[in-house]
Design a binder for this molecule. Structure first.
Ligand SMILES: [Zn+2]
Length: 227
């Protein structure tokens, strides 16, 4: 039985370092001094498409942000059946864990999660520090952490050629329609939506009369004040 040893860097680093065990395929996205790889578990994906998309989006964001803030980076990907109906991703300081229904829907989530390397993991709302695992932590800054990350995720997709300009504008139009269809958009700010995030577990709060998404509101706003 092989043994695995961990060196202690503190509980926050352990909690922020997911571990994947099982039969997965590993592909290399970037070689060199700051390597990037992907461990992929599942079906409904094509290796060439996943490699191309991840290479393009990583290269663009690394160039935009002035280099890699990690020693090595891992995409942990559960695609198709392996996602077990879940969708989305979780950012970590040196990795991300992503669940998507197919390889075709991966690039949007991956561009967002990779940008979190900077915005959230290294540019952090002061209100989220120090981390307290025992209770809710309230912050007015999730709109910047998530919404602006979504804006830059979409900028990455269109600027790296993964999306056409039409796809970029179609996504923006969908978000604007979503906001304008919610009466709460008239009174709930992106800051207030951030602060109220802990209410999302109550179904009524998510209704159009009660809230807007800080992702969507800030993502649309940031499109107009960034370049
Ligand atoms: Zn995010």
């Amino acid at each position: 039985m092989p043994s695995i040893q961990f060196r202690r860097k503190g509980y926050d680093a352990l909690a922020d370092g997911p571990i994947e065990l099982g039969a997965f395929k590993t592909i290399q996205i970037e070689d060199g001094p700051r390597p990037i790889s992907a461990a992929i578990h599942g079906d409904n994906w094509k290796q060439a498409d996943v490699e191309t998309a991840l290479r393009k989006l990583c290269a663009y964001e690394l160039q935009l942000m002035g280099g890699a803030p990690f020693e090595r980076y891992l995409f942990i990907l559960h695609i198709g059946k392996a996602a077990q109906g879940a969708g989305g991703g979780m950012e970590h300081a040196n990795s991300t864990a992503i669940n998507v229904s197919s390889g075709q829907t991966l690039s949007g989530v991956a561009a967002h999660e990779f940008f979190h390397l900077w915005n959230v993991k290294r540019i952090r709302p002061a209100s989220l520090e120090p981390i307290d695992y025992t209770r809710e932590q309230y912050t007015r800054a999730l709109w910047f952490a998530e919404g602006v990350t979504s804006t830059y995720g979409n900028f990455t997709l269109v600027r790296s050629g993964i999306w056409s300009r039409q796809e970029f504008y179609a996504d923006l139009a969908q978000d604007i329609n979503e906001l304008e269809s919610r009466p709460a958009n008239r009174w709930q700010s992106a800051e207030q939506s951030s602060l109220d995030a802990w209410l999302e577990k109550y179904p009524y709060y998510n209704g159009p009369d009660f809230s807007v998404s800080y992702y969507t509101k800030a993502k649309c706003s940031a499109c107009f004040w960034t370049f």
